[in-house]
Each structure stands twice: as C-alpha cells, then as structure tokens.
Ligand binder design. Structure first.
Ligand code: ATP
Ligand code: MG
Ligand code: FE
Length: 340
C-alpha cells in the first residue's frame, strides 16, 4: 500500500508518497522563508495563504516523482496537531477532500511524534523504545517514547523553544532568517568560549525542563548593556558577531546534551532519538555523537533534510494504517501542543 502524507503545520508546505516498507517514492517541500524573512518570524496569516497556493502543486510534484496518479494512492495522512491553526486547516481540508474523492482512509499525524519518527526513516533497526528529544521552532521537549505512537512527556521548555532562541538571537545579531542556519554559519568563525553565557536549569533545578529566554536576554546585554535601549547590531565588529554566535550556540548545545543525558539516566533507556529543525545543527550533532560514544548509548539523529519540517516523517501514519487507526471526517485540528 502507498500513502500520501501532507504537512502544513507551520510554514513548510510538504507532501510525500511512501510505501509500507518505508520507501520514499516521492517527496516535496516548499518553504516560505522569503515570505517571512522581513518579519524575522512566521506570520500566521501569510503562512496559511501561502499553503493554499502551494498545496496542490506540492502534492502533484510528489506524485510525479513517484510516477503514479492519485488513483493509485491507498490512504491519505495529514499532520493535524500541533501547529498554527490556519496552516493546519489547509492541509486537513486537502486531506479530507482527497480521502472522500478517492474513497481511501484518512490518517492523522502528530507532528511531534513525526519529528522523532524521522529517525526511524534512516535507521536499519527499530529505534523504539527511546528517549525522544524534539528541538524545533516551537518545541524543546524530552519524551519517553515507548513506541512510535506512545509518548510520555518528561520535560519541556518553560519559555522559548531552542529554535525560537536561534531565530531571535540571529535577528539581534543582524544575521537574517531563519536564524538557525545563519548562526551556525557565523559561529564557524567564532570562539565558543569568548563570552560566558548562562545555562539555565542545570545543577538539579527544573528537572528535565528547559529555559532559553534568559540566554537570549544575556546575548542582548552583551550587544549593549542593560539600560542602553538604543542597541544597534550594525555597530558590532564581525568577530564579535561570530564570537557571540559561537558562544550562544555552545550554550544551547550544552544544555540540550546535558538534559538528554539526564533523561536517559532517569528513564533507564539506552537509545536517544533527536528530531526537529535544530537537530540539523552540526555542533549539536557532534556533541551528541561524542556523548553517546562516551556513555555507550545508541544515538539516532534525523538526517538533516528530515530535521526541518517535511512530509517524509509523516510515514509514521503507516503505523496507524497497520493498526486500523483511521479517522472519520470529523477529524479536526488541534493547534496547541498535545501533552501526554
Ligand atoms: P514545531 O515543529 O515545534 O511545530 P517548526 O515546525 O516551525 O516548529 P522546524 O521546522 O522543525 O520547526 O524547525 C525550524 C527551526 O529550526 C527554526 O527555529 C530554525 O532556526 C531552526 N534550525 C534550522 N536549522 C538549524 C540549524 N542548522 N541550527 C540551529 N537551528 C536550526
Ligand atoms: Mg518551519
Ligand atoms: Fe516542526
């Protein structure tokens, strides 16, 4: 059986065609970075309108790559939670329409579970059970993942997500949008020890929760001291930008790695799976890889192309198809995070 997966939770419009052996027959992602760049963040109304324009061409392109027509699709799956309401509605409406028109089952995808399932897509063995670390634009969470569809929340950010901090710090440093790749690039020329920046909620406090807003503010005050409201990143020297980017990135990586280690220890699990846009970061990947080697646990990080939003990770819907967990047309969007 072949399923068509649809992703429109935030600002990427994506579709893929995948079979039950998890072989990807076609996959397309249309980003909207150029539309949101001048606002240095995703503007929900712009995102949903762009999804409307892109969704059909993106689905068509995935089918073309797979060399099949819509009539050869056996199920349609869509990410209905969590995400931006207007964005989610576009994908859900398209999926429902296709399900009715083709008379094939409709399947739901939890976008966060899908971010972890991205690890399964490149692994030769079953990656579950595992500790799942999701580091994305909207989430920074640790889960106990007993199987692909059974997640228990262990800890999460109490303020900014890691990706959000990357985006905001990049904006402060005048590095453009999206901030993650821009900071990573600038950091290559910088010294990660140049600035001492805070690592919140380590040393036993906060359990497995995270906080990144203080780190963001600390970077702000390195650019210009408190009280000096008129800060201007253009007055920063290139080496200061590089050093701030490197020091910030190092602080985020350090916190993520240490909390992941703590989650593995407390849960007595020996496999760590990492997904979400920030998992594309090379410094994070290197640190997690060396930590795993030192501690002797198994590490799966989603391949970089499956870290940021995509529909290939929607292959998790095959688990639901196999389990007969199909949806009725009553299926609705759930914009807020599902805590379970
Ligand atoms: P969520 O999955 O929580 O709903 P999202 O779907 O918007 O949020 P993703 O597309 O998974 O998030 O990730 C986007 C985020 O990842 C952005 O904040 C971006 O800056 C960050 N990011 C992308 N590449 C990198 C990188 N190389 N280093 C650090 N951060 C990165
Ligand atoms: Mg995105
Ligand atoms: Fe995402």
């Amino acid at each position: 059986r072949r399923i068509l997966t649809i992703e429109s939770t935030c600002d990427e419009t994506a579709a893929a065609v995948i079979n039950e052996r998890l072989e990807v027959l076609g996959a397309t992602v249309a980003t909207q970075h150029e539309l949101h760049e001048r606002f240095t963040g995703v503007v929900p109304e712009i995102a949903s309108r762009a999804h409307v324009e892109r969704i059909l061409p993106v689905i068509d392109e995935s089918l073309r790559q797979a060399g099949i027509t819509l009539a050869e699709i056996d199920a349609v799956a869509v990410a209905n939670t969590p995400g931006l309401a207007g964005s989610l509605l576009v994908g859900l409406s398209a999926a429902k329409a296709l399900s009715v028109a083709l008379d094939v089952p409709l399947l739901a995808i939890n976008h966060l579970q899908a971010h972890i399932y991205a690890c399964q897509m490149s692994a030769s063995e079953n990656v579950f059970p595992c500790v799942g670390l999701i580091v994305s634009g909207g989430h920074t969470s640790l889960y106990r993942c007993d199987d692909p569809l059974d997640f228990t929340l262990l800890g999460a950010t109490i303020d900014d997500a890691a990706g959000e901090a990357f985006d905001k710090v990049a904006s402060m440093l005048g590095l453009g949008y999206p901030g993650g790749p821009a900071i990573e690039k600038a950091a290559q020329a910088g010294d990660p020890k140049a600035y001492r920046l805070p690592r919140a909620m380590l040393n036993g406090e906060g359990g497995l929760d995270f906080s990144f807003s203080g780190l963001k503010t600390a970077v702000r005050y390195k650019i210009a001291p408190p009280g000096n409201v008129e800060f201007n990143q253009l007055s920063l020297e290139a080496n200061e930008v590089a050093n701030l980017a490197a020091s910030f990135q190092e602080a985020v990586v350090d916190v993520l790695a240490r909390k992941a280690k703590k989650a593995l220890k407390e849960s007595k699990l020996t496999t760590l799976c990492v997904g979400g846009g920030v998992a594309a970061n090379a410094a994070l990947r290197q640190r997690l890889t060396s930590d795993a080697k030192a501690a002797g646990h198994t590490l799966h990080i989603a391949p970089p192309s499956l870290c940021t939003d995509n529909a290939v990770m929607g292959a998790i819907a095959i688990e639901r198809l196999k389990g007969g967990m199909t949806e009725s047309l009553e299926l609705d969007i759930v914009p807020g995070p599902v805590r379970r």
